[in-house]
Design a protein around this ligand. Structure first.
Ligand code: FAD
Length: 567
């Protein structure tokens, strides 16, 4: 058995993973990054609109502060965010953004040369720093360049199959080399999961195809509960047809939402903030317009940018213009964009403290796969990039501090044992002559989650969804793979992805069924009000042989007592 070793192993080459890698490397550790795609293909590269930080660069009647940012974030979260974590993010975020500038991010600028900031949903101040509408692209290239500068090795196109855990301590992982189908154990004093979100559980999603949540599943399968999985964000504006994201920056720059009667309908839903209400409220408003017959073709409404003028669109939203021309044949300079809500972000994930530590020793998580929880029941646009940098850095730092205290790694029985187990289950999967197709089951799951566990939820739908997930999990055992070879076997990888997605879907459904209130992105038509008396709680979903068992834990409140949320 080949056994590779590193002090710190980071699973995921997106912003959270690379930022963690840099921090751990600077602390003098032997660090490696492992990613199923080239790091520059991570979903972080697609981030458009920008990153929030109270830089206070834009003149306004009042000055912006990190405390204002914290308040907006907590209110946006419908008071489910842990307030100590939000305070850390908003305070340290300023330094993280400035550091990205120093490392070479091509931020858009104000007239006097400062980092430009645009208004974003649910924010009381123009706080979102941006590089036109390609912020993630800029950031990821900058961090990758830094990682290369420090000679951090990257296992590219390697897939993390499982965690190796002994007595509640993570010792490393079993990896699968996609190129030649070898199974290779990698041990580490610290393993950091930064594997991104699980948007692809839903039919309509702005997420990359690779966003399947396997990292969350690895932790869940090993015995770590998952937190707040029922909170799934739908972005108000995805391009009708392909569901490619049309950034909130388009509304930040002044875009209008218009129904088929020609009305700016947001005045009925968020009269003060209008199109810049928080995402949960705007997404529900759009879907309500469509459901009540005021959409176009019963499918979409219009996002109108025409009044912004050619110059502003070309300068501030060039990527959006290109996307709508390429994928819808529409130039937003002269025509409105057809948009509809689509799944966008996973608020739930692996529970961590503000240093990225999970309940297991030696296991850390950061970025979208984690739940720290700064977004609570609804994330504000621009806060996710910030989370990846702030908590990626913190996780890398803490992992390095703890790993330094560790003794030398010993050979353990677990690696050989787990490799043998995986090898024999792999052989069985490949030999099976089942009739079910992995792709068919995946499509049924996606449609189910979209129709019955989407923007609007109710008990009867959720009960039906629970039954259907059980059925799909049962049929999963009868999948027969057509391709039997191991090298670049995409069908086999899809099989592993689906295995994880079905379990995650179950935690979403169970959490949503149990939570008899409406909060943030979780809207129950049969319980339309927020209920702080009974439900100001985080959900923890544990994996048990029969499915999922739910527990709850308190929300951390520091300086911002819950109150009614109006915009
Ligand atoms: C279209 C779009 C636009 C967005 N725009 C913004 C924005 O403007 N502002 C904002 O704040 N947020 C935005 N977001 C959200 C934000 O971009 C993401 O939440 C964030 O970039 C996630 O970063 P990450 O490092 O956690 O994960 P990712 O960037 O998703 O990276 C995950 C990594 O994990 C690896 N991986 C996963 N599973 C495995 C496995 N089993 N084995 C090996 N490797 C694995 C992948 O290869 C990848 O490298 C946007 C999201 C989308 C989808």
């Amino acid at each position: 058995m080949d056994l590779l070793s590193h002090d710190i192993l980071i699973i995921g080459g997106g912003l959270a993973g690379l930022r963690a890698a840099l921090e751990a490397k600077k602390a003098g550790m032997d660090v490696a990054v492992l990613s199923k795609v080239h790091p520059l293909r991570s979903h972080s590269v697609a981030a458009q609109g920008g990153i929030n930080a109270a830089l206070d660069n834009v003149s306004a009647p009042v000055h912006d502060t990190w405390q204002n940012h914290a308040f907006d974030t907590i209110k946006g979260s419908d008071y489910l965010a842990d307030q100590d974590a939000v305070e850390v993010m908003c305070r340290e975020g300023i330094e993280r953004v400035v550091e990205m500038e120093r490392w070479g991010t091509l931020f858009s600028r104000t007239e006097d040369g400062k980092i430009a900031q645009r208004p974003f949903g649910g924010a009381g101040f123009p706080r979102t720093c941006y590089a036109a509408d390609r912020t993630g692209h800029n950031f990821l290239h900058v961090l990758y360049e830094q990682a290369m500068g420090f000679n951090i090795p990257v296992y590219e196109e390697w897939y993390a199959l499982s965690l190796v855990v002994e007595d509640g301590r993570c010792l490393g992982i079993i990896a699968f080399h996609l190129f030649d189908g070898r199974m290779i154990p990698i041990r580490a004093k610290a393993t950091i999961l930064s594997t991104g979100g699980y948007g692809r559980i839903y039919l309509r999603s702005t997420n990359a195809i690779i966003n399947t949540g396997r990292g969350c599943y690895l932790a869940y399968q090993a015995g770590v509960p998952l937190e707040d999985m029922e909170f799934v964000q739908f972005h108000p504006t995805s391009l009708y047809g392909t569901n490619i994201l049309i950034t909130e920056g388009a509304r930040g720059e002044g875009g209008y939402l218009i129904n088929s009667l020609g009305e700016r309908f947001m005045e009925h839903y968020a009269p003060k903030l209008m199109e810049l209400g928080p995402r949960d409220i705007v997404a529900r408003a759009i879907q309500t317009e469509i459901n009540e017959g005021r959409g176009f073709e019963n499918e979409y409404v219009h996002l109108d940018l025409r009044h912004l003028g050619k110059e502003k669109i070309m300068d501030r939203l060039p990527g959006i213009r290109q996307i709508t021309i390429d994928f819808a044949g529409i130039d937003p300079i002269s025509k409105p964009i057809p948009i509809q809500p689509a799944q966008h972000y996973s608020m739930g994930g692996i529970p961590v403290n503000i240093d990225g530590e999970t309940p297991f020793k030696g296991l850390y998580a950061a970025g979208e796969c984690s739940c720290v929880s700064v977004h609570g029941a609804n994330r504000l646009g621009g806060n996710s990039l910030l989370e990846t940098l702030v908590f990626g850095a913190r996780a890398g730092k803490k992992a390095a501090i703890n790993a330094k205290k560790e003794e030398e790694m010993k050979e353990t029985f677990s690696f050989q044992h787990q490799c043998d187990l995986f090898q024999s289950s792999l052989n069985k999967i490949l030999e099976r002559k089942g009739e079910e197709s992995c792709f068919r089951l995946r499509d049924e799951m996606k449609a189910l989650m979209m129709d019955q566990v989407g923007i609007f939820r109710k008990e009867s739908d959720l009960i039906a969804a629970k039954e259907k997930i059980k059925e799909l999990k049962d049929r999963f055992k009868h999948i027969g793979l057509k391709r039997k070879e191991l090298a670049f076997n995409n069908e086999l990888i899809q099989y592993f992805e689906l295995e994880g997605m079905l379990d995650l879907a179950e935690t979403i459904v169970e959490g949503a069924l149990a939570r008899k209130e409406s909060r943030g992105s979780h809207y129950r038509g049969d319980f339309p009000e927020r209920d702080d008396e009974h439900w100001l709680l985080h959900t923890l979903a544990h994996k048990i042989p029969e499915g999922t068992k739910l527990e709850y834990k308190e929300v951390t409140i520091t300086n911002y007592p819950p109150k009614a949320r109006t915009y």
